[in-house]
Design a protein. Structure first.
Ligand SMILES: NC(=O)c1ccc[n+]([C@@H]2O[C@H](COP(=O)([O-])OP(=O)(O)OC[C@H]3O[C@@H](n4cnc5c(N)ncnc54)[C@H](O)[C@@H]3O)[C@@H](O)[C@H]2O)c1
Length: 311
């Protein structure tokens, strides 16, 4: 298979690239390297089957990049992922995430790509009315970032209606694993792992009882692979475990894996943080035959081991 992975130098994208290469695919990564360095792709680039094109998906010239790559499948993961940046600079966010998504769809259409899989987010839902959240729950994006992801989903639906393209949006819940940036505002497993291994303090916002759904990156990659091999009409499928985990439970698991007995500091709850969010992924199980395979304890251990090895 020939594939284009936008955002392929990033956390999830680079794991997807490795998985595609293991499958014998030829991969073109389109990435600005604005958030991730080339290092995530070190092994991939050595393989000889992966090309890195340093290009902004929202910039002119994307059609030519896609024409050259002639992809059968496009995985669109490139995005500005920082919610706070989306609030302070919504124009920048919409440039990457809205214009960039339309440009990717357009380039994929012109290049005759058979499939586009789009990385959407749990953030499109906002505060849940019932848990776990299914795809027919109301959407209520609370940030420009979440709005940009919802806009991307709507464009997918439109491209299916207008052009009959085969498209799938996957809404990932909190994804974690090796290579996640520990210096961002999200990625709490990476943040805890990095700090605990360094013997530095960790911080929990609120009372530690906020609940999230953590899915391991290898499971997310399998969902992307499964989506690429099934047809879709642009609709969203949830990718999560359905398992609720509090911030304190997560902290304990990471500390245990890091061999640390440290307790977190508590800071005031952050405005806009949801109390609870857990996704129901039954639709993905039915449509893609996908289900998460990695337990949180196992995934946290793999992540902490990788962070330790990279120190
Ligand atoms: N990590 C999560 O928990 C999570 C949850 C839900 C959705 N997602 C989505 O999954 C995708 C991948 O997320 P990630 O955690 O790997 O983030 P990441 O920041 O590690 O990867 C994104 C990559 O996109 C690149 N990029 C950013 N803007 C670009 C642009 N305009 N043109 C080309 N490249 C650009 C960055 O350099 C980076 O390498 C994103 O679309 C994100 O919104 C992630």
């Amino acid at each position: 298979m020939r594939a284009v992975v936008t955002g392929g130098a990033g956390f999830i994208g680079s794991h997807l690239v490795d998985r595609l290469l293991a499958d014998g695919a030829r991969v073109t990564v389109v990435d600005t390297l604005s958030h991730a360095g080339e290092s995530n792709l070190a092994a991939a680039l050595r393989s000889g089957s992966c090309a890195l094109v340093r290009h902004d998906v929202a910039a002119p010239g994307l059609d030519e990049v896609f024409a050259e790559a002639a992809p059968e499948a496009v995985f669109h993961l490139a995005a500005q992922i920082d919610v706070r940046v989306s609030v302070t600079d919504p124009v920048l966010d919409a440039g990457s995430n809205v214009v960039g998504t339309v440009a990717t769809l357009e380039a994929a259409r012109k290049a005759g790509a058979g499939k586009v899989v789009f990385a959407s987010s749990v953030a499109v839902y906002g505060p849940p009315e019932t848990l776990p959240v299914t795809e027919d729950a109301p959407v209520n994006p609370l940030s420009p970032y979440a709005t940009s992801k919802l806009a991307g989903e709507l464009y997918l639906r439109q491209y299916h209606q207008l052009h009959g393209m085969d498209l799938t949006a996957l809404a990932f819940t909190n994804t974690y694993g090796p290579r996640q940036d520990p210096h961002g505002e999200a990625g709490v497993v990476a943040i805890f792992a990095d700090a605990l291994l360094a013997g530095e303090p960790t911080r929990v916002y609120g009372d530690g009882g906020n609940v999230r759904d953590y899915v391991y990156v290898a499971d997310v990659v399998e969902a992307l692979m499964a989506a690429a091999s099934r047809s879709g009409d642009g609709r969203r499928l949830n990718i999560g475990t359905g398992q609720p985990t509090t911030d304190l439970q997560l902290h304990r698991l990471v500390a245990e894996a890091a061999g640390s007995a440290a307790e977190p500091e508590f800071a005031p709850a952050r405005l806009g943080d949801l109390r609870e969010m857990v996704l129901d992924a039954s639709a993905a199980r039915e449509a893609l035959g996908w289900q998460p395979r990695t337990s949180l304890a196992e995934g946290v251990k793999l992540t902490v081991d990788a962070f330790r090895a990279a120190r």
